[in-house]
Write a protein that binds this ligand. Structure first.
Ligand SMILES: C[S@@+](CC[C@H](N)C(=O)[O-])C[C@H]1O[C@@H](n2cnc3c(N)ncnc32)[C@H](O)[C@@H]1O
Length: 243
């Protein structure tokens, strides 16, 4: 279907037709046989019921990241609220874009250290007509954001450096996956920023084994609430910190 760019109904009603450009089809099949992710081959991915452009250069959105959106919605149920969001590590743009579609009065500054990722995020942002509300910035963490932040959201790289991953993950940008020698370095830096800049809300995805370490990191710190959430496989997957 992706190859022909048609829907299921078209396939059912046009079964007698033959594919003309078989060369391109075989090329796509050969790429898949090398374990390249399907989404990179067809340049398309679904997230939170919307379709996004995707290509090598940005992480393929994962279904569990939809729970990060739900965590924000739970914290801020008033969709009319004017909120200054900042996202660190926008990748393909899915988180800021879905939140911008939900919160019509919110603005976003979205940062990434990868220009390739920002180029892909820009295609998606423009496709949804959100140029006026989502500003893209090249930079590391919050270094390029001086503005007041109401809500920080992030799905940062959080895997320990050097861990051997499945072969299909080799196609994805490694700086989107690995978070440092221990894995929690970027999360901890974001926590430091949240505390030092007094950012009232921070929702963040994390690895299934990071709950204890994050709780420990925050144990003597001053905050109002720390609530972890699990994914559908019952693994710890993220948290919201409220100051
Ligand atoms: C796990 S991906 C998340 C992408 C996207 N938000 C999503 O959920 O699919 C992490 C992203 O963080 C970016 N990143 C890594 N280190 C960063 C840093 N120090 N500052 C800003 N972005 C960073 C990567 O380039 C990557 O796009």
């Amino acid at each position: 279907m992706a190859f022909l760019d048609v829907d299921e109904l078209w396939l059912l009603t046009n079964q007698h037709k033959q594919i003309e450009d078989t060369k391109k089809l075989y090329e796509m099949v050969a790429r898949r046989a090398e374990n390249e992710p399907y989404e990179y081959i067809v340049n398309s991915v679904s997230f939170y019921s919307e379709r996004f452009y995707i290509a090598a250069g940005a992480l393929i959105p994962r279904p569990e990241t939809e729970l990060l959106i739900d965590a924000v919605l739970k914290e801020k149920p008033n969709l009319d609220e004017e909120i200054n969001f900042v996202e660190v590590g926008i990748g393909s743009g899915i988180i800021s874009i879905i939140l911008a579609l939900k919160y019509k009065n919110a603005t976003f500054i979205a940062v990434d250290i990868s220009q390739d990722a920002l180029n892909i995020a820009q295609i998606n942002r423009d496709k949804f007509g959100l140029q006026k509300r989502i500003e893209l910035r090249l930079g590391s963490l919050l270094e390029c954001v001086d503005e007041k932040i109401d809500y920080l959201v992030s799905n940062p790289p959080y895997i320990e450096d050097g861990i051997e991953l499945e072969s299909n993950l080799a196609y994805e940008p490694q700086n989107a996956l690995f978070g440092g020698e221990v894995g929690d370095e970027i999360i901890n830096k974001l926590l430091d920023d949240v505390l030092s800049r007094n950012i009232k809300f921070f929702s963040c995805e994390m690895g299934y084994d990071q709950k204890g370490k994050i709780s420990y990191y925050l144990k003597d710190k001053n905050y109002k609430n720390l609530a972890f959430y699990k994914d559908l496989a019952n693994f710890d997957r993220g948290f919201t910190l409220r100051l």
